[in-house]
Design a protein around this ligand. Structure first.
Ligand code: XMP
Length: 511
């Protein structure tokens, strides 16, 4: 498998995703935690980018990382910042103010196995402010950019081959990036036989070792794929000692509660249903700040779990955390900046971990891998294909002051958006499709009277992982149908708009 050393780059998970798609398992370790692992159990190593320059890191911890790289027996590939530290520490120089951003052409200067399948000139994606101004000793520059900067080099470290590239092979804007990774894996003799489906048994075996007694376990299922798959796996470990709780916070999509309960029964996970709508909505009423709403929802969930833990004498708490959350919450110096609070684990208070042992069956997996596992574990297709839905539900789809009235508008209009897309066979082709409601009002004429009503914004986006997204170019006729249904059936709505801003610069959810 491949070790990815994270220096706080925004694309570290993307590197990992690409390598996994090529069938090799990856582990991401922050650069200052290399002591915790047996480095030579990996065949190859990739150094990530960073949003910082070399001087911004503590010298001591970078030197320790370099010592680890020196003692590594396999092949190494440094990407962006990864290239820069290799150059800096092996006798080269790194300069500031020589940035390149976006699509850039590079020339390949040498017929090297890393560039097998590349033409002499190719497009790549650059995103760097610093650059290597003098190559390290015993190295060869194998590619330069159209701006004359070093784009790739190969370093001979006592017979060991080390590569560094200034561009980002992991992003789709480097069209031959995947080929470069394939070449690198081949050079490293990394086996490409990793499949998430085969991994299930080792997850179960590993967890059985973590569970040392016959204590009871609690898993909270939202109806999403992560928590559902975690619950199925947990059932195999805990059997009748597992309590599957489903909390209705009143912020779900229309009809979702009934569907989730039916699915859990089908999966023989007989849920304990907790009707907590009033509890949540009373606390949210009037709150404008979305982060505050997220915090309140997290707190209320924790209270409900605590009540069950106390009452039932629970000793294990099963969570559907996936890999992106685990590494981001490592909070390394230089970890990519947090944009919304949900991107970090830490939703659970500290006391939680003292009361129960946390079990995370999916902590090394990405979402699409969880879907694959879900399929073989018998999760119904409708759930696998269901759009992602935020944990705080419709609470993040109401802009401005939260009210039950606005919640109903968001719920009803979202249902219309979903239904119309399903009617035209478009639902499964898009990443997310929903409606939000804001604070502003628009005057409307209905019959003879003029009155101010809500503005509903429709958001339909395509994406592969939610990190970036494009708005969908919807046919006007379909938008028209959605608009007529919304204004026709929800009296308080007088205007419907369609959001045509992609991510970035927007986010997918309104707040
Ligand atoms: P943004 O809005 O950040 O969303 O572009 C990216 C993806 O994350 C989902 N999302 C959330 N998921 N809790 C969640 O579990 C949240 O608070 C939350 N906010 C956004 C969003 O639906 C999209 O798929």
């Amino acid at each position: 498998s491949v070790l990815i050393i994270d220096f706080g780059g925004q694309y570290t998970h993307l590197i990992s995703r690409r390598i996994r798609e090529l069938g090799a398992f990856t582990i991401i370790v922050p650069y200052n935690r290399l002591n915790d692992i047996e480095i030579n159990s990996f065949k190859s190593m990739i150094l990530s980018g960073s949003h910082m320059s070399i001087e911004n890191f503590s010298k001591e911890s970078l030197e320790k990382a370099i010592d680890a790289i020196r003692s590594f027996n396999g092949t190494v590939l440094g990407i962006c910042f990864g290239l820069q530290i290799l150059s800096y520490y092996f006798g080269g120089k790194v300069n500031h103010d020589c940035g390149e951003y976006g699509e850039t052409k590079v020339k390949i200067l040498k017929n090297d196995p890393l560039f097998k399948g590349w033409n002499n000139e190719e497009k790549v994606w650059m995103s760097h402010g610093d650059c290597v101004s003098k190559p390290p000793q015993n190295s060869e520059v194998i590619s330069v950019s159209e701006n004359g900067y070093i784009a790739a080099l190969k370093l001979d470290l006592n017979g060991k081959v080390i590569y560094g590239v200034q561009f980002h092979p992991e992003v789709v804007h480097t069209p031959k990036g995947v080929i470069l990774f394939e070449n690198f894996l081949e050079l490293s003799s990394v086996e490409r036989n990793w499949r998430p489906e085969i991994y299930v048994n080792s997850i179960i075996e590993g967890l059985r070792k973590e569970v040392s007694d016959d204590g009871k376990a609690l898993v909270a299922v939202s109806g999403g794929i992560d928590s559902t798959v975690s619950a199925i796996i947990a059932k195999k470990i805990f059997g009748d000692r597992l309590i599957t709780a489903f909390v209705d916070h009143g912020l779900l999509r229309e009809g979702e509660k009934e569907e989730v309960i039916e699915m859990l029964n089908f999966l023989e996970l007989k849920p304990l249903v907790i009707d907590a709508e009033e509890r949540f909505l009373n606390r949210l009423e009037g709150i404008s700040d979305c982060e505050e709403r997220r915090r309140i929802i997290g707190e209320e969930f924790a209270k409900i779990f605590e009540e069950i833990i106390e009452k039932e004498g629970i000793r294990y708490f099963v969570q559907g955390t996936t890999y992106p959350d685990v590494v981001e919450s490592g909070k390394t110096q230089g970890s990519a900046a947090v944009i919304k609070s949900h991107h970090n684990v830490g939703g659970l208070p500290d006391w939680f971990k003292e009361k129960v042992k946390i079990i995370e069956p999916l902590k090394f997996l990405y979402k699409d891998e969880v879907r694959k596992i879900g399929t073989i574990l018998g999760v119904p297709e409708t759930l696998i294909k269901r759009h992602p839905f935020p944990g705080p539900g419709l609470a993040v789809r109401v802009i401005g002051k939260f009210s039950r009235e606005k919640l109903e508008v968001a719920k009803k209009s979202s249902k219309i958006v979903e239904d119309v897309l399903k009617k035209y066979g478009l639902y499964e082709k898009v990443w997310q499709a929903f409606a939000t409601v804001g604070e502003d009002k628009w005057v409307g004429v209905k019959g003879d009277s003029r009155s101010y009503g809500y503005i509903v914004t429709i958001r339909i986006v395509e994406s592969t992982d939610g990190m970036t997204a494009n708005y969908v170019r919807m046919p006007y006729e379909i938008l028209d149908e959605i608009v007529k249904k919304i204004t026709g059936s929800i009296k308080s709505v007088t205007m419907v708009t369609y959001a045509i801003t992609s991510k970035p610069p927007s986010t997918i959810e309104p707040c």
